[in-house]
Every structure is written in C-alpha cells, then in structure tokens.
Design a protein around this ligand. Structure first.
Ligand SMILES: Cc1ncc(COP(=O)(O)O)c(C=O)c1O
Length: 404
C-alpha cells in the first residue's frame, strides 16, 4: 500500500504533469528578473509598461457606487452581458444572446468551468500540442483523460491526426487560435474540415463531442488578417475569451464563455455552466470589473505597435542567423534554439539579463519562446545579446568548424 500523503493523489498526479512549468515560476534564475534593473523580460505575457490610461479611468469610474448593490455578490450581470454581446457584434460580426454569455474571471476559469460541466471520469479530452501550459492539468482536474495530438509541420491543425485520435470515449477537443505558442491562426478551410470530422464522430458515437475554442488572442492578429472563430463551423462549441491579452492586464481577471446561437440544447447547458461556475470557486469576475466592462470592451493595446515589435525582432533574429517563423497572431515568437538544450540556452540568456521561456515548457524542446510584451527599449538592448549568444552557441556546438 502506498504511504498516505497530505495531499490528494489526484492533485499529486496533476502537479507531476506541471513539472515542466512550475519550476520556472519559482526558479530564482527567472524570478530574479523582477529585481534585475537590466532585465529584458520576454518570459511571460506580462506588461512591461504602464497600463492603458483608458483602463485605469474605466476602473476609476466603476468604483463609485451607484446603488446599494454595487458591490453585492455578482454573477453574469445583465449590463456586462450586453456589453459583451455588443462587442462581439462590433469586433467579430457575430450575434449572440446575452443569456448565452457567462462572465468568468479569465479564460483560465472559462476552461475549467466548461470542462467541469462536461467531463465524467474516463472521458477523453483532446488537446493540441504544442499547448498552452495548463490544458492537461485542467483536463485531469475535471476528471478527464488528456489525449495529445500534435500539429502539422506548418503548425496548422492536422485534421487527420485529430480524426484518428477520436474514440467512443472522446468528450471534447480544445483548440486555441491564434495559437500560443506558435502564433498560428487556423484557416477557415481547416476549421470547416474539423467541424465535419466532429459532426461525423458525434453521430457515430451517439454522443456529442464538444469543441472548446480558446480565443484568448482573437483580437491580436497581424497584417490585417481576419480571425475566423473555430466555433463558426461546429454548433456544439464553447467560445472562451479573456480580456487579459487585449488589455494586457492579466492580473485583473475578466473574460467569458459564449454559447453560439446554433448550439443545440442550450437550456440544460446554461444551467450546468451556472452550477459549474459556483463550484469552480465562484468563478465570476468581481463587481468592479463587471461595472467597467462596457468601457473595457472597447479598449485594446496598440496592435500595430505589437506588429512593429514582431517585425523588428524577427528581422534582427534572422539577420543574426536564428531560425524563426513569422507569427500571424498572439504576442509570441518561437525561434529555434541555437543550442540543442533549450533549458541551457535560457539559463545562458538569463545570465545576460535576457529572460525567455524554454521550449520544453510548451512541448517544443529545441526552441524558445519570446514574449513581445517587452518594451522597444528591451528589444533593442537584447539584440546584441542575442547575437553574442548565437556566436557562443556556434562555438560550443561545433568548435572545430569555427576554428577551421
Ligand atoms: C492560450 C491561452 N489560453 C488561456 C489563457 C489564460 O488567460 P487568463 O490568464 O487571462 O485567464 C492564456 C494565458 O496565458 C493563454 O495563453
């Protein structure tokens, strides 16, 4: 018999699956960046500049109570729901009913709430690799069995691989477009194909396979590209969003889940989501953020500026010799590591005050991730260091060739 432990076996398993990312959150080599005045911080999608002034003003306006209920318990407030519906029409050209909008404290909670509402023990939930760090853990926490499907070589979804991984036990599929970490925006043709595959498999199984569409970066797309929601092609979809990226305020937690108007049996699902939000630890955004939402929904960081940073960084890295593709959305670059061991690379970069995420943390060993939320000044200061690192790596990898 296994010795008793102080924590649940379920959580112990989940913690072991988080092993590639949890040490980075607490490793002094990385946490030290917060006290490092020379830090060029490309580690996570955290803001490196002061927040949008409109954001601060919206919160200031919302903080003044206008009724005795201003700071009472809040669920999905009608005014916030209406603001989301108006925003979805304006930003994305889609119509949804306010009662099909569920305010959450971020996409993190949105994913947990939906998984908790759908998944029974033994159900399989597919996620795409390279993934956002926490999909596997969230699936396990909901009692499901994670099934990993790799993207195609061009980082697009691989519909055949997804089709091959569907079984009678498949309950849901999580996809994320624009994708963290690859920056890929999945094209409509691929999404249409995926919709067909899911419809066919659901009919075959006699049980719906749900699509969870994580659209955290849907408003961060480049080159005037149009974002197509994966929910467009499959009615049994949940659209999950966070304002944390568009506003670059991930510590003020607000987002939503939306049921598309084509979703069958919405009544039962509405009730299930409500219960799941309660049991996920009251996963509604706090009152202040809900009051501010009509203003917040109209705001965004400067996407053109982000695009200029992308172009500057991709251009400079390529000139140095790094292999890096051009992301279509999100604020991440995913260059190939010039050292075979990406963990060693990020350690060496940290010694130069350049903080990047090892690809290993996102199932991309041999790569590293750069967050473009860094300032222009950090980007400029980092370029000679990236060049020196490239040279150092070249000498370490093939010293004989360099000497010859
Ligand atoms: C793909 C993806 N989904 C969901 C989230 C969670 O967003 P939030 O922390 O704003 O809830 C993130 C944040 O990094 C993300 O990158």
């Amino acid at each position: 018999m296994n010795p008793p432990t102080r924590i649940s076996r379920r959580l112990a398993v989940i913690q072991s699956r988080l092993a590639p990312i949890l040490p980075i959150l607490s490793d002094p080599l990385f946490t030290g960046r917060l006290e490092d005045p020379l830090a060029c911080d490309f580690l996570f999608g955290n803001p490196q500049e002061m927040p949008l002034s409109g954001f601060v003003e919206a919160l200031q306006r919302a903080v003044t109570p206008q009724s005795k209920d201003w700071f009472a318990y809040k669920m999905s407030e009608p005014e916030a729901r209406r603001a989301v519906a108006v925003g979805l029409r304006a930003w994305r050209g889609i119509d949804v009913l306010p009662e099909d909008i569920f305010l959450t404290n971020g996409a993190f909670a949105g994913l947990a709430v939906v998984l908790n509402a759908l998944v029974d023990p033994g159900d399989e939930v597919i996620f795409i690799s390279p993934p956002w760090f926490f999909y596997e853990a969230l699936i396990l926490n909901a009692g499901g069995e994670p099934v990993r499907v790799r993207v195609a070589a061009d980082y697009n979804l691989d519909p055949d691989a997804i089709a091959a991984s569907l079984t009678p036990r498949t309950r849901a599929l999580i996809i994320n477009s624009p994708n963290n970490p690859t920056g890929r925006v999945y094209p409509p043709e691929t999404l249409a194909r995926l919709g067909e595959i899911l419809s066919t498999a659901s009919a075959r199984n006699g049980r719906t396979i749900y699509l969870l569409s994580d659209e955290a970066y849907s408003r961060i797309v480049y080159d005037d590209r149009k974002f197509t929601s994966p929910t467009t092609f499959y009615p049994d979809s949940f659209l999950i969003y966070t304002y944390g990226k568009t506003l670059l305020t991930p510590g003020q937690r607000v987002g939503y889940i939306v049921l598309p108007p084509e979703m069958p049996d919405r009544e039962a699902l509405r009730e299930a989501l409500f219960a799941s939000q309660l049991l996920t630890g009251y996963a509604w955004p706090n009152a202040l953020l809900q009051h501010a939402l009509p203003d917040l929904d109209r705001l965004s960081i400067d996407i053109r500026h982000l695009q200029r940073k992308r172009d500057r960084m991709v251009g400079a890295l390529r000139e140095i010799g790094y292999e890096v593709h051009v992301p279509e959305g999100t604020f991440y670059l995913l260059p190939r590591s010039p050292l075979p061991d990406d963990l060693e690379l990020v350690r060496r970069l940290a010694a130069r005050h350049i903080y990047c995420l090892p690809g290993t943390a996102v199932e991309m060993p041999g790569f590293f991730r750069i967050s473009l939320t860094a300032t222009d000044e950090m980007i400029e200061r980092s370029i000679p260091e990236f060049a020196a690192m490239f040279e150092e790596a070249r000498q370490r990898v093939s010293p004989a060739r360099v000497e010859a």
